[in-house]
Design a protein around this ligand. Sequence first.
Ligand code: ADP
Ligand code: MN
Ligand code: MN
Ligand code: MN
Ligand code: MN
Length: 339
Amino acid sequence: MAKFKLEYIWLDGYKPTPNIRGKTLVKDFDSVPSLEQIPLWGFDGSSTQQAEGHNSDCVLKPVSIYPDPEVHNGVIVMNEVMHADGTPHSTNARATIHDDPDTWFGFEQEYFLYKDGQPLGFPAEGFPKEGQGRYYCGVGYGLMSSIGREITRKHLDLCLAAGINHEGINAEVAKGQWEFQIFGKGSRTAADQMWVARYLLLRLCEKYEVDINWHCKPLGDTDWNGSGMHSNFSTKFMREVGGEKYFKDLMAAFEKYLKEHIDVYGPDNDKRLTGKHETAPWNKFSYGVANRGASIRVPNSFPKNGYKGYLEDRRPNSQGDPYQIASRILETIASVPLP
Ligand code: ADP
Ligand code: MN
Ligand code: MN
Ligand code: MN
Ligand code: MN
């Protein structure tokens, strides 16, 4: 027997985007527990904007687990929030999303590291002397500040140790802004990993007294870039068959459902998708080969390989919910008949 520390995490009921909450349960197991061995738990929904009516007891239903790289005998337990009767809570998007294990998703999470209410490395007042230009994939203390790289590298190691498909890091266009990429097969698998990766980053940054600013345009209407979560996707059909006609039909469907996509692509996206800073205007759908100013960027290799491969929807933002984003992409794909 050993004491295991189960860190139950879940999404709260805050609008327009949820926050991650977590609490610890200590339990005896003979060896590392499997998902099936991890019990339901509960919490007080009146403190998370999840109380409905007079009954504030919510149920945590474990849905995926990860070894906790920072805790001896620790397990991170991702949960869905349920009512006591076993039905999904209204804030539980994961329970009802479209899923398909043969559709692969790659999310590029951008975010700002913040210290004392400013992007990391910004002066106490105003803006850095050096405007945008050299920060993207930049090197050197004056450009990058000292702890940004340390945080992002430690985060990478934590994700790998937790079994998350973290695929890489880059410093972004604005000072204090970074990106990591997460890949997964199926909307639930990919999105669970993104939420756990966000959780690990937040928890790591507690030690550095650094905040994550997930907002898509934290510096407002300035010449500093906003943060996206470009969502790359490929179905089995796109990878193996493809074809120009199917691609055009797919793009027509994305155009038709523009509003439905924007609705779940994260709050305040009109402030980010302005047509400037490598974005397309939020209210007009476009696509283009190698075009970083389009809603959907078609990689160079895609037409070369007979319109096969993956596509990049550049509109989802840094604060978007990957469950809902992936689900909407699958729903639009499902509306297009296969040839
Ligand atoms: P860029 O910054 O040039 O847009 P990144 O390298 O940051 O590109 O991100 C590319 C993303 O595309 C990665 O998350 C990767 O996992 C994802 N990706 C690559 N191939 C596929 C595929 N076949 N299906 C879905 N996603 C893919
Ligand atoms: Mn209590
Ligand atoms: Mn990228
Ligand atoms: Mn980027
Ligand atoms: Mn991208």
